[in-house]
Design a protein around this ligand. Structure first.
Ligand code: ADP
Length: 302
């Protein structure tokens, strides 16, 4: 089974133990999911579609992606460009972020439509997010949505994490309109209730699920932090209880790692509930550690 994740991977500068020093890493929402898939599901072939530059940091990122067991076949190199960067500030244990991503090559990931079509045709499941759309200009957004529509016509499965990030959009209305249209052409939707309530005004988790159910997606999985995950398969509704972690240190990539559990469970076992349980175990492990990409050797994913 082949998974293609589409989006932006960024360079990350995270504070190290030495005062004033930072460690360089690479992360980004859809990339994190690809990374957890590659870590936890060796039977899947995972590929990442993005665009990078031809400078040293771009080459380092590509090398990291390949070393993580993720194919770089669908990563475009754009001469003269570079990758986005974010820096994590730690202030009394509270994390905040500064971003430098307006010049990121990833904004050009959908310019080569033939390459996009080839990459999608080469996959069984395509995974992307609201952030993958938010970073693109209007024409590229439509090009990506069109390519995904053609992919579905070929029988590909499209999985979409709505990942609402209003600061990346020109307006809340543009975000909501585009996310709703993208959801309407997805098979699997993976929203997080608190963000959806903030921006779509959903009164409760059922409202989030039913709003997306109207779009016709066959499987909708609504995350809700340490509370139960609500999900639908066609007309059926059910939930999976989350075991709250007592010792949460950092919820970065909770949703991204959860999504990897869900997708690998679906693809390898054909069982959505089993995938959600796997997602809960994986995310429950990740929130107990600092950082986005946590080696999972010690996680119980049985
Ligand atoms: P996002 O990171 O996308 O906002 P959530 O915060 O809803 O997503 O969390 C995603 C998943 O991570 C949850 O469904 C749950 O499985 C797991 N998770 C999040 N917070 C906790 C917690 N405190 N204890 C255990 N698991 C958690």
């Amino acid at each position: 089974m082949k998974v293609l994740a589409i989006g932006e991977c960024m360079a990350e500068l995270a504070p190290s133990n030495a005062a004033g020093a930072f460690n360089l890493g690479f992360a980004g929402d859809t990339f994190n999911t690809a990374w957890y898939l590659a870590q936890t599901a060796p039977d899947l072939q995972v590929s990442y579609l993005t665009a990078v530059g031809d400078d040293t940091i771009s080459n380092d990122m590509r090398a990291f992606i390949v070393a993580s067991g993720i194919s770089d076949t669908h990563i475009r190199t754009i001469p003269g460009e570079t990758v986005g960067l974010y820096l994590i500030h730690l202030d009394n244990g509270e994390r905040s972020f500064s971003y430098w991503r307006s010049q990121s090559a990833a904004k050009q990931l959908a310019l080569d439509v033939e390459a996009l079509d080839r990459a999608i045709a080469d996959a069984d499941l395509i995974y992307y997010s609201g952030i993958s759309l938010a970073i693109l200009d209007a024409a590229s957004r439509e090009a990506l949505l069109d390519a995904l529509r053609r992919g579905r016509e070929l029988g590909k499965t499209v999985a979409f994490d709505t990942n609402l990030r209003p600061r990346l959009w020109a307006s809340a209305d543009e975000m909501k309109d585009t996310i709703t249209r993208a959801a309407a052409q997805s098979d699997i939707i993976l929203p997080s209730f608190d963000d959806e309530a903030d921006w779509f005004g959903d009164a409760d988790i059922n409202a989030t699920l039913e709003r997306y159910a109207q779009s016709g997606a066959s499987q909708i999985i609504v995350k809700n932090g340490e509370k139960s995950v609500l999900f639908s398969q066609g007309d059926a509704r059910d939930e999976v209880t989350v075991e709250p972690a007592a010792d949460v240190v950092d919820t970065t990539a909770a949703g991204d790692s959860f999504n990897a559990g869900v997708l690998s469970g679906l693809l390898l076992e054909g069982d959505l509930a089993a995938g959600i349980k796997r997602g809960c175990q994986l995310a429950g492990f990740v929130v107990r550690h600092r950082g986005a990409l946590i080696p999972v050797d010690g996680a119980d994913l049985s």
